[in-house]
Design a protein around this ligand. Sequence first.
Ligand SMILES: CC(C)(COP(=O)(O)OP(=O)(O)OC[C@H]1O[C@@H](n2cnc3c(N)ncnc32)[C@H](O)[C@@H]1OP(=O)(O)O)[C@@H](O)C(=O)NCCC(=O)NCCS
Length: 183
Amino acid sequence: MPPEAVPITKTRVTQSRLMLPTDANIHGNVHGGMIVKYIDELGGIITARHAKANTVTASIDRMHFYKPVYIGNLLILKGAINYVGRKSMEVGVKVFAEDLTSGSVVHTGSCYSTFVALDRSGNTVPVPPIVPETPEEKHWYEGAKARRQRRLEDREARVRRTSLKAQKSGDVATESNIESEGH
Ligand SMILES: CC(C)(COP(=O)(O)OP(=O)(O)OC[C@H]1O[C@@H](n2cnc3c(N)ncnc32)[C@H](O)[C@@H]1OP(=O)(O)O)[C@@H](O)C(=O)NCCC(=O)NCCS
């Protein structure tokens, strides 16, 4: 019997952490890479809980940092699964910075990433479907479906380009030279 669809609400996780000097540069600005690390960590928690399996990041969509985050801010990350394919899950994470003395909370960035579930042997495995319930969740679901389509098309185009190049040079197109194509 196929697994029952899980309401999107059940996939939500919020995580908070105090930004320390080890997160930042000498001027007190938190490094973008640290924020991406925390986003990735949260995505791993959300998807492993949903898939009940190990999950790995397949891709991270472009990340915009709208506002700075400083040492002493409480970084708040709110994430949920937006869409599930067969073996992949798109996670959306919104990042906020809270100034603990004034209480002001600022939306500083957002990111979409795709995770894939693996079994104990490292093979990719199907994950339970999700179901959007509220109008807002339905909106996210449709947006994620369109983004997934674009990612698949990008991937196919990359494979085609690399195969063509390999044919010309007599090389064999492998997953690693497909992924490094363009660098
Ligand atoms: C992610 C990974 C497991 C996918 O392997 P694969 O052989 O392409 O897997 P499959 O063909 O079985 O596809 C599994 C799913 O991943 C999706 N997928 C694969 N590459 C993807 C990418 N770059 N972006 C988004 N989704 C991707 C496929 O669309 C498929 O989803 P679906 O079943 O919902 O349609 C593999 O590329 C990998 O191990 N990458 C390294 C992961 C890692 O270590 N991440 C940490 C950072 S280094």
